[in-house]
Design a binder for this molecule. Structure first.
Ligand code: ADP
Ligand code: MG
Length: 465
């Protein structure tokens, strides 16, 4: 057993910053490499949420960095204690299900990667408050200092990428920090439905109910996906009532206010409205500048004001695009071996007005890119066939067409085999969600987006010719 050399560790971190800056965080400086043993580089983290983040997002990158720096084939393991991890299965305090945080404090090191685990960055500290989210933020804070006693349920709604998940997770993180014994269950709506269906099939409703009803705080993200299937809504209704009557805190997020969620039973609508319903709106320019600075800061990138303003001015609505822009600018300064400057930012993002240079994506660019990637034919996409190998690329096409062209839902549905607009809406939601929850899939979609934009003649060229 050998103790890793400090310099090697420093080199590994710097390799990661140069090559995988998007996943790097300032707190990496606090990580402690503990020992090398049997080709495994053990890294200790006291913080279970940070450990989960590393396991989920960074394992591969660390392995690559280790090999690049040491020239040896090694893998990395993130451990909680200095003792080798016991191979014992997770204790009952940690539900085996995805996304659970109940009993997180007492949890033994569990390496089951959960798609919905809490993101350590999503704290209140890292949340920028502006006029568009002030109320939602205040309500979230109130609930996190007094769960079950202030607003119950707390219902946060708003468009994609406006900070709903961030706020929900900030509440969870604050509660975990401040209340020793609170059990918290955080899941996506999809996960709730999947677990319900599985429990029904396996005849394990008792376990299911225990999991969802014997908690102090139940947090369900994207509740608008609650399916029309009667039994799911029925079950959720009873879950809700049981928690509510016991004065347990319920926190929900949705893309629409309760009364505008399609197919939601009226008794659920009125339950959801019985607590506090708050909206998050599109961020103002000032908030965007602050968010850009904050996002850079947690990645340990220093951005001067002029650069932050420039980045913030480049994308009006979606905050995720801002994060991508920070990565681009940072990578450009590494590639040029120059410190960050406005010049570099402009070179990385292209100068001028965003709209003017945004390439005009056509449906055929999308089809070409997606069919080439998935190895399917356009006729498959337009057919009635529903197997996954065709349904997924079809949904990706619909999503890209909706996001990057000006065609209406009806037009897109019609083009892809005479489907109606709700099918397209569903595809957009599904891909959006998957993009959020599944890191690799998110990267794939981003790379497809880059390809369709490269393949498209930009208006600049059109204007020049
Ligand atoms: P939603 O769940 O509403 O679709 P998310 O919570 O996933 O959106 O937010 C998308 C990204 O934007 C996340 O990286 C999140 O941290 C960031 N974000 C959104 N609003 C804010 C804010 N007010 N302050 C800091 N980051 C924010
Ligand atoms: Mg979300």
């Amino acid at each position: 057993m050998a103790k890793p050399d400090h310099e090697v560790w420093v080199e590994i971190l710097s390799y990661l910053r140069d090559n995988h800056s998007a996943v790097c965080r300032k707190w990496f400086e606090e990580i402690e490499p503990v020992r090398i043993e049997g080709g495994v580089f053990n890294v200790r983290l006291e913080h279970p949420i940070r450990r989960q983040y590393l396991e989920r997002e960074c394992s591969e990158h660390f392995t690559e960095a280790l090999q690049a720096v040491t020239g040896r084939l090694m893998s990395v393991r993130f451990v909680e204690d200095e003792e080798p991890e016991a191979e014992a299965p997770s204790g009952p305090a940690v539900a085996a299900s995805n996304g659970s945080m109940s009993g997180m404090r007492k949890a033994p090191a569990s390496s089951s990667a959960s798609p919905l685990a809490i993101v350590p960055d999503y704290t209140f500290e890292n949340f920028i408050v502006g006029p568009e989210n002030r109320l939602a933020h205040a309500a979230a804070k109130a609930v996190s200092s007094n769960p079950g006693k202030t607003y119950n349920p707390l219902f946060i709604h708003g468009g994609v990428g406006l900070g709903k998940t961030h706020l929900l997770q900030a509440i969870c993180l604050a509660l975990l920090n401040d209340f020793e014994d609170l059990s918290i269950y955080y899941v996506s709506c999809d996960e709730f439905m999947t677990q319900f269906m599985d429990a029904v099939q396996a005849g394990q409703m008792h376990d299911f109910r225990h999991r969802f009803r014997d908690v102090d705080v139940l947090v369900i993200d994207d509740i608008h996906f609650l399916a029309k299937r009667d039994r799911t809504q029925e079950e959720f209704f009873h879950t809700f009532n049981s928690l509510y009557q016991a004065e347990k805190q319920i926190i929900l997020s949705s893309d629409a206010p309760p009364n505008e969620i399609p197919d939601l039973e009226s008794r659920l609508v009125s339950r959801f409205q019985s607590g506090l319903v708050v909206q998050v709106n599109v961020p103002t320019y000032d908030t965007r500048v602050q968010i850009v600075k904050q996002k850079a800061k947690i990645r340990d990138i220093t951005l001067e004001d002029d650069i932050a303003c420039y980045i913030a001015s480049r994308s009006a609505t979606n905050i995720r695009e801002l994060e991508g822009a920070i990565t681009k600018v940072h990578m450009q300064s590494i590639a040029d071996s120059k410190p960050l400057s406005l010049e570099i930012a402009k070179a990385a993002l292209g100068s001028g007005d965003e709209e003017a240079i945004k390439p005009q994506v056509t449906i055929s660019n999308i089809i070409e890119t997606v069919t080439a990637f998935y190895g399917v034919k356009l006729t498959d996409l337009q057919s009635r066939r529903r197997q996954k190998s065709i349904a997924l690329p079809r949904q990706v096409c619909m999503y890209l067409a909706r996001r990057h062209t000006r065609f209406s839902l009806e037009e897109i549905g019609g083009y892809f085999g005479g489907r109606d607009h709700t099918t397209v809406m569903h595809a957009v939601k599904t891909i959006d969600r998957k993009r959020n929850e599944d890191y690799d899939f998110g990267r794939l979609v981003t790379s497809l987006e880059e390809q369709i934009e490269v393949a498209s003649p930009g208006t600049i060229h059109a204007a020049a010719s």
